[in-house]
Ligand binder design. Structure first.
Ligand SMILES: C[S@@+](CC[C@H](N)C(=O)[O-])C[C@H]1O[C@@H](n2cnc3c(N)ncnc32)[C@H](O)[C@@H]1O
Length: 396
């Protein structure tokens, strides 16, 4: 996929070229910038001019810009045999195989580029894939990964590893992609005709400062897709929310209190309880992006069983691998940069185990035991109240 400017032979970084082409086509530069910025096919009158003066047809422009509509699909179908032969020649080369740099009984950690590892991995290998790539926000990475490339380059790179992830995912397996909403809209569009859409999960975390003229960005997006009907789907149930100070209800459950499941409430697609790992003291890697193990615990619990095989193409501080190990799942991982921080984290795995034990104590019951005791002392209802004669309703 190329940007609009690249598709008509203009270097997007060279303003002079853009101005010249605008004069040649007699199309205002603001319109050309608009098509380029939003990756939109030019309006019909402009398409005609581009065709006449640059000899680039509408379909050719669509292919260059990666706009795959029914015209392009028909063209591909007509030439399918030829294209598949070309593809096989390009990709059926034998790559030099990567070998793991660190291993446990359950997992293998590689150092290198995830695309190399993916290309040497057989189709239908993994039960669960979680990917948290760099977001192209100009952050520093120990691996010297360039986190400030053009949008088109970033999207093309992402489509390449996403494509491979789809291939190596088992039928019935689940794919999760963590990113800012801007990029996940593209990935979602890309995945919609490859996998089954399950959820767009919003995780409430503020990720930048307020931006003038825009809403304050306040959630990360977690895309959840599966290859056909998911083999495993068993989300944790959550405790009922209560006031942290006085333990009273935060919502009005009206006459439904006695119908509430004593194992907890259904997990929704908006997660408010995943704090960021912000403070340097708690970070295993001195970069900005280690995820909370609580997030990985929830995903792994929901979409895999013990001994399933999990893959994460972007190691970072190794949160996925540690969570998988603790939860007795097999795992494969890779990181472009140094692996020392991940290996050190395995040496201190008891710290993460303790953290997970603490988080998991609260799941799958309507009230964690401490909350239940407090509410009983205050004569507030609990799931055990409904055999009793009088129930005091807590104020909202
Ligand atoms: C956002 S971080 C992942 C953080 C991780 N989820 C955690 O919780 O610790 C992305 C990581 O991907 C690595 N990376 C970038 N490009 C890569 C590639 N092509 N192959 C493997 N790792 C890559 C970066 O060095 C960085 O450590």
């Amino acid at each position: 996929m190329r940007s609009f400017y690249e598709s008509i032979g203009v270097n997007p970084r060279n303003r002079k070229e853009a101005i010249e082409i605008s004069k040649l086509l007699e199309i205002p530069i603001v319109m050309l910038d608009f098509y380029n910025e939003h990756q939109i096919l030019p309006f019909e009158n402009h398409l005609t001019i581009i065709n006449e003066r640059l000899h680039i047809s509408e379909i050719s422009l669509k292919i260059r810009m990666g706009i795959i509509d029914s015209d392009v699909r028909d063209l591909l179908l007509h030439n399918e045999d030829y294209l598949l032969k070309q593809y096989a020649q390009k990709y059926n080369k034998v790559e030099s195989l990567l070998t793991p740099s660190f291993q446990t009984e359950l997992g293998k950690l590689f150092q290198g580029d995830c695309l190399d590892l993916l290309k040497q991995t057989g189709s239908e290998t993994y039960d669960l894939i979680f990917a948290d790539p760099p977001f192209n926000l100009d952050k520093f990475y120990l691996s010297n990964y360039d986190d400030n490339i053009s949008s088109i380059e970033y999207l093309n790179w992402c489509y390449e590893w996403i494509n491979e992830c789809v291939r190596v995912l088992k039928t019935g397996g689940s794919l999760f992609i963590w990113n800012i909403p801007k990029w996940n809209t593209f990935f979602s569009n890309y995945l919609n005709n490859k996998l089954l859409f399950r959820h767009w999960i919003s995780v409430d975390i503020k990720f930048s400062l307020p931006i003038g003229g825009k809403l304050y960005p306040s959630h990360y997006s977690l895309l959840y897709y599966s290859k056909g009907k998911p083999t495993t789907f068993r989300p944790d149930r959550m405790p009922m929310e209560v006031c942290k100070k006085c333990f009273t209800d935060l919502k009005d459950y009206g006459g439904y209190k006695n119908k509430m499941n004593s194992n907890g409430v259904n997990l929704t697609d908006v997660w408010y309880d995943i704090p960021p790992v912000r403070h340097n003291k708690y970070k295993r890697r001195k970069e900005a992006n280690e995820l909370n193990i609580k997030l990985l615990d929830r995903i792994i619990e929901m979409s895999s069983k013990e001994e399933d095989l999990i893959f994460d193409p972007f190691g970072g501080a190794g949160t996925t691998y540690i969570a998988a190990e603790i939860k007795n799942r097999r795992w494969h991982g890779i990181e472009l940069g140094p692996l020392d921080d991940i290996i050190k984290r395995f040496e201190n795995i008891e710290e993460d185990k303790e953290l997970l034990r603490k988080y998991r104590r609260n799941y799958n019951s309507l009230f964690p035991i401490e909350i239940k005791n407090k509410r009983m002392q205050l004569n507030l209802w609990t799931d055990e109240s409904f055999n009793e004669v009088e129930v005091k309703h807590s104020p909202l």
